[in-house]
Design a protein around this ligand. Structure first.
Ligand code: FCB
Length: 469
C-alpha cells in the first residue's frame, strides 16, 4: 500500500492527467437526500423511516442522525459552486419523498418540491445536468406504518409519487432513476435489519420487499414516460462479481445462491421478465404473492441501467439468510474503512457481465467510491487522501477497458460529492471527494477531488478535440 507522500500525489496526478475515457462521457458526483440535507421538519416535511430509525440508540455506530448532516437544504448554492469548481458535468441526487408527500399519499407539498426546483434550476444554470433519483431509502414513515415495502399498496403509492413529481418537473429533468439499490434497502431493511426500518425477518422479508420494490419501479416507468417527453429512465442496482471461496461444491453452490439473490433476482426480472428459477425453487415458501401480469410490469423497457460498484464478493457455504446459506470471506488484501475489499478489476468484470447477459441500452456507473476513517486536515487546509484518489483512478481505468470491449458506459458518478451521513456508520467513514468539517460545515476539496477534476477536464478536453465520428 502506498505511503502518504508528495511523490505519490505527484504520480497519481500524472496518472489522472493521462487517463483517457472514450466519449461522449459525463463525469459527475452522487449524493442522497437523507445523507446530506438535514432539515428533517422544514417546510412541512413528513417523517421518514430514517428519521425514526436513527432515534434509537445502538443502531448507528456513533449514535448520530441525519438531522443536520451537511445542512445542504440551506447550503445548496455553495454546494453547486463546489461542483462547478470540480468541473462536474452532472450531479446525481435524490428527492426525499416525505418532503413531497409528507404522509406518502395525496397532493404535493409545494414548499418541499420548491426546494428541489431551486436546486435543479441552480444546477442547470451552472451547466450541470441533474440526474434525479426518486427513492434513495427514506420512505415516508406513514407508509411504513401500513407495512412499508411488505405491502403492495406501497408500490402503488410510489407510482403515484413518481407521477406527481414527473408532471411537476417535466420541463426541468430528463434523467430519471426510480430506485437506488433495491437489494440493499430491501434486504438490509427487512431481512437483516441493519438499515431502516430495521426489521429482521430473514429471506422472507427481503424477498417480499424486493418484489414490491420492483413492482413500484415497473409501475413508475410508464408514468414518467408519459409525463416527460424524451426522458431517459433507469434504475440503480448494486452489483457484485461473486467468486466462490474455493472449488468445493458447497462453496460454488453458495456463491451461486448469493449471485442469484443479489444480482440475477433483479437483473432477470428487469431485463428478462422473470425471476431466476433457482431462486423460485429455493425460496418457494417464502415468496410474497406474485400476481399474473407483475412480471410484465416490472420488465418495462429502460433507457439505462445504473450500476453501483464498490467491491467483489467472495462467498463460501455458511449460515447467513437461510435458505441462501452463504458466508462472506475476506481474504488478506486492501480494505476500505467500511470493510469493502479494494478490487478494481471487478468494475470491468461486472460491466462486461451485465452487457453480455442483459444488454442494457446504456450503463452509468452511478456510484463508486472509497471510505476512510476520519481524515486529518493539514495545517495549510489540505486533505491528502491518496488512497481514495488511487481508488477512483484504478476503477476508471478498468471501466475504460470495459468500454473498449464494447460496453456502452455513458458516465461515472463518484460516491460521494462530500462527506456525509453514511447510514449505519454515521459520520465515522467519510467517502467524499470534498471534506466537510461538521463542527462548522466548512467544505474543502480533497486531493481526490482535485484528481477527479483533472480527469474530468482532461477527458472532456480530449473528447471535444476529437472530430465527430
Ligand atoms: C451505497 C448507497 C449510498 C452509500 C454508498 C457507500 O450502497 O447507495 O447511499 O451509502 O453505498
Amino acid at each position: 500500500m502506498m505511503s502518504n507522500t508528495a511523490e505519490d500525489m505527484e504520480r497519481l496526478m500524472a496518472r489522472a492527467r493521462s487517463l483517457h475515457v472514450p466519449g461522449p462521457f459525463v463525469f459527475g458526483a452522487a449524493t442522497a437526500a437523507y445523507q446530506i440535507e438535514g432539515a428533517p421538519k422544514a417546510d412541512g416535511k413528513g417523517e421518514s423511516i430514517w428519521d425514526r430509525f436513527t432515534r434509537q440508540t445502538g443502531v448507528i455506530v456513533d449514535d448520530s442522525t441525519g438531522d443536520v448532516a451537511c445542512d445542504h437544504y440551506r447550503r445548496w448554492p455553495e454546494d453547486i459552486r463546489l461542483m462547478r469548481e470540480l468541473g462536474l458535468g452532472a450531479y446525481r441526487f435524490s428527492l426525499a419523498w416525505p418532503r413531497i408527500q409528507p404522509d406518502g399519499a395525496g397532493k404535493i407539498n409545494a414548499a418541499g418540491l420548491d426546494f428541489y426546483k431551486r436546486l435543479i434550476d441552480g444546477l442547470t444554470e451552472s451547466g450541470i445536468e441533474p440526474f434525479l433519483t426518486l427513492y434513495h431509502w427514506d420512505l415516508p414513515q406513514a407508509l411504513q406504518d401500513r407495512g412499508g415495502w411488505y405491502s403492495r399498496e406501497t408500490s402503488h403509492r410510489f407510482a403515484d409519487y413518481a407521477d406527481l413529481v414527473s408532471r411537476a418537473l417535466t420541463d426541468r429533468v430528463q434523467q430519471w432513476t426510480t430506485l437506488n439499490e433495491p437489494w440493499t434497502f430491501c434486504w438490509s431493511g427487512y431481512a437483516t435489519g441493519e438499515d431502516a426500518p430495521g426489521l429482521k425477518d430473514g429471506a422472507k422479508g427481503g424477498l417480499s420487499a424486493s418484489h414490491h420494490a420492483l413492482l413500484a419501479h415497473g409501475l413508475a416507468v410508464p408514468a414518467i414516460r408519459a409525463n416527460v417527453e424524451g426522458a431517459d429512465i433507469g434504475i440503480v442496482l448494486d452489483l457484485n462479481t461473486v467468486i466462490p471461496a474455493s472449488d468445493k461444491a458447497a462453496d460454488v453452490a453458495a456463491a451461486g445462491r448469493f449471485e442469484a439473490a443479489q444480482n440475477r433476482w433483479f437483473l432477470d426480472a428487469l431485463f428478462k421478465g422473470r425471476y431466476p428459477e433457482t431462486m423460485l425453487d429455493l425460496c418457494g415458501g417464502m415468496l410474497p404473492e406474485i400476481r399474473a401480469g407483475d412480471s410484465e410490469i416490472i420488465a418495462a423497457p429502460l433507457d439505462y441501467l445504473g450500476v453501483n460498484i464498490y467491491r467483489r464478493s467472495i462467498m463460501a457455504a455458511g449460515s447467513e439468510l437461510p435458505p441462501l446459506n452463504f458466508e462472506r470471506v475476506n481474504p488478506p488484501g486492501r480494505y476500505s474503512a467500511v470493510k469493502y475489499e479494494v478490487w478494481p478489476e471487478s468494475i470491468e468484470d461486472i460491466l462486461v457481465y451485465v452487457h453480455e447477459q442483459y444488454g442494457p441500452k446504456a450503463i452509468y456507473i452511478s456510484e463508486n467510491g472509497f471510505a476512510t476513517t476520519a481524515e486529518r486536515v493539514t495545517p495549510d487546509g489540505a486533505i491528502h487522501d491518496v488512497l481514495r484518489a488511487e481508488y477512483h483512478i484504478d476503477h476508471l481505468d478498468y471501466m475504460a477497458r470495459a468500454m473498449r470491449r464494447g460496453v456502452p458506459v455513458k458516465g461515472y458518478f463518484a460516491w460521494t460529492l462530500m462527506d456525509n451521513f453514511e447510514w449505519a456508520y454515521g459520520y465515522s467513514t467519510p467517502f467524499g471527494i470534498v471534506h466537510v468539517d461538521f463542527a462548522d460545515q466548512t467544505r474543502r476539496i480533497k486531493f481526490s477531488g482535485h484528481v477527479y477534476a483533472a480527469i474530468a477536464r482532461n477527458s472532456s478536453a480530449s473528447q471535444s478535440a476529437k472530430p465527430a465520428a
